[in-house]
Design a protein around this ligand. Sequence first.
Ligand SMILES: Cc1cc2nc3c(=O)[nH]c(=O)nc-3n(C[C@H](O)[C@H](O)[C@H](O)COP(=O)(O)OP(=O)(O)OC[C@H]3O[C@@H](n4cnc5c(N)ncnc54)[C@H](O)[C@@H]3O)c2cc1C
Length: 288
Amino acid sequence: MHSSSVLSLSNCSVLKRSHRNQIEKLSFTPLKNLRFCGLRNEILAFEFLKLNRCETQRVRNFLRNKIVSASVAENGNAPTSFDYDLVIIGAGVGGHGAALHAVEKGLKTAIIEGDVIGGTCVNRGCVPSKALLAVSGRMRELKNEHHLKALGIQVSGAGYDRQAVADHANNLASKIRNNLTNSLKALGVDILTGVGTITGPQRVKYGKVGFSGSEVTARDIIIATGSVPFVPRGIEVDGKTVITSDHALKLEFVPEWIAIVGSGYIGLEFSDVYTALGSEVVSPLLNL
Ligand SMILES: Cc1cc2nc3c(=O)[nH]c(=O)nc-3n(C[C@H](O)[C@H](O)[C@H](O)COP(=O)(O)OP(=O)(O)OC[C@H]3O[C@@H](n4cnc5c(N)ncnc54)[C@H](O)[C@@H]3O)c2cc1C
């Protein structure tokens, strides 16, 4: 990799001088001639610096609460003319929002997506989870015979069709994904398909992993590569007995009993959905 590299945080702004000074005080190679602009796996950024685990952790700790924005620039042979004013890597809601803003500002923009447009929120997050929550809410109401009776409503044997519930969530995601794709196209944003890799200053390669792919140049690059589910060390995800939120949203089965690790809002949402659909749910408190 080139001597410039990238940090991975999801927010995007400019690395302040005070932050840069603090990073440089962390006793490893100074960050020369770098401009930062936002992305995932911040630690990858430092691979080329050959940090040991301890240094890496210190960097990670330092960056955790900082808003760092990323783009690689000014090192090596930067192109003098560009295919695009802006190339965005990652077409989740972050990349999509950035693209809309860029177009509004008159920038010639491309977005690179290695999987599906819409990213986590549309395909594996907010959208399907809210579709499932809508079902769980109604199931609870329909099962509350006592309350319904007080209202004068009689319902007996409320049930659900698992596949139909899953299909509804999936179809909703697919509809919103299409809308998002169409809105990008309508605005004149070029959608480049494949995994994006920054190959040098203001140069991004995209295409299938392991293939040569194509390269574009850009005055600026935004890295909006989002996140993937965190799996604690030592746990193997098999998609059957151990699953992540990605699997859980597909609702391929409703287990009789489920332990949900993580009680943030995502864990709570799944507790709501799966209890309403008949699972017994526990949320172990683990010191991971
Ligand atoms: C179950 C669940 C429910 C959620 N509910 C809500 C909610 O109700 N409200 C809310 O605000 N948030 C919610 N979230 C969080 C929300 O989904 C994320 O905050 C949001 O998706 C982040 O968007 P992003 O664009 O930063 O990243 P992502 O959505 O992760 O998008 C990143 C994109 O970059 C692509 N990518 C990654 N690397 C590369 C590469 N090298 N080249 C090309 N493409 C690449 C990925 O394929 C992906 O499409 C939820 C999340 C989950 C998991």
